[in-house]
Design a binder for this molecule. Structure first.
Ligand SMILES: [Zn+2]
Ligand SMILES: [Zn+2]
Length: 325
């Protein structure tokens, strides 16, 4: 089968690899679509021992003795959780304390930039017949991750909210704020096309220079993962408000104190991925038409054109970009 190797220095090679043999407790999934993710910048630049790709939907073609019907259409949950720890038992599988790994990130779990992948049965999230594989990919990081952060911040109660950064995750947050029916939603990005995408999803677009003029922002979502935007989020949130940190920063980041940021109350919420227990509700909202998958996806490439897809995606001008399996 075709599989991608990330060599580092922004080089991707397509290789002919054997179809994975699922281990006990795993099934074989034929990949329909895999979503490109901003977090894939890490293996794209630094290389990876596994085939990346962690936003995957497809069909179970070999149940391998697991309690999953062959032919099941499903999304693949990222975290290989234990199912037994105190967090898993509470349904908070994203917080599992005995996480064995992450699909497409850690050995032995190669990801979805390939035609097939082995998926632990516990990570198979069956989807409704009416949900397309493309929308199923969105139910993972774009919707799942963003909406979990919004739930932690009780964003449905916010009369005014701002999303900083309108890449796929930020757009997912915009779509969630609109779907939850909270209140007025503002969205900011440096790129006009991404502000336009946010507007199509129901937000009021704002240019970065105009953020300072917004007040009473009860929730501010940071979906960039940079030092300036983290500080901007903290400075923008109203007293008593919540900053949701969805972006990934891998460098130390500096907090610049000021009277405004000292003499106030606010909460800083770090949110990572989502519990399996939220998947059904997100899917229900998708099926109810509360969010448009078409507006969240801008490009679909064939799997062989992954390199081209990455160049376009990392130009920062797109919505969600998918490749086929
Ligand atoms: Zn992702
Ligand atoms: Zn656990």
């Amino acid at each position: 089968m075709r599989a991608a190797r990330f060599l580092g220095n922004e080089r991707i090679e397509m290789v002919d690899a054997p179809v994975p043999v699922p281990a006990p407790g795993e099934v074989l999934m034929q990949v329909a679509y895999c979503g490109l993710c901003g977090s894939d910048r890490k293996p794209y630049r630094g290389g990876s021992v596994v085939t990346p790709g962690h936003e995957v939907a497809g069909t179970v073609v070999d149940a391998n003795g697991c309690d999953v019907a062959e032919g099941t259409r499903a999304a693949a949950y990222l975290a290989v959780f234990c199912g037994e720890c105190v967090y898993c038992r509470r349904g908070l599988t994203n917080l599992c304390r005995q996480r064995r790994g992450l699909l497409g990130w850690t050995l032995p779990w190669h990801g979805g930039y390939a035609e097939y992948m082995a998926v632990p049965a516990i990570d198979v999230l069956p989807i409704d017949d009416a949900v397309g594989f493309d929308a199923a990919v969105l139910l993972l990081d774009t919707i799942g991750t963003a909406w979990h952060g919004l739930r932690l911040a009780h964003a449905d109660r916010a009369a005014r909210a701002l999303v900083i950064g309108c890449g796929p995750l930020g757009l997912g947050a915009v779509a969630g704020l609109v779907a939850f029916g909270g209140g007025e939603v503002f969205a900011c990005d440096l790129v006009a096309e991404r502000r336009q995408a946010a507007a199509e999803l129901g937000a009021t677009p704002v240019a970065p220079a105009d953020i300072a003029a917004l007040d009473d922002l009860e929730v501010v979502v940071e979906a960039v993962g940079s030092q300036p935007t983290m500080m901007q989020a903290i400075r923008s949130v109203a007293p008593g408000g919540r900053v949701v940190m969805l972006g990934e920063i891998w460098e130390p980041w500096l907090f610049e104190p000021s009277m405004e940021t000292m003499l106030t109350d606010y909460s800083l919420i770090r949110s990572w991925y989502f519990p399996v227990s939220e998947f059904a509700e997100n899917q229900r909202m998708l099926l109810a038409g509360k969010v448009s998958a078409d507006r969240l996806i801008s490009h679909v490439f064939p799997g062989e054109a992954l390199d081209q897809a990455f160049r376009l995606f990392l130009s920062g001008q797109t919505r969600k970009v998918l490749v086929t399996g």
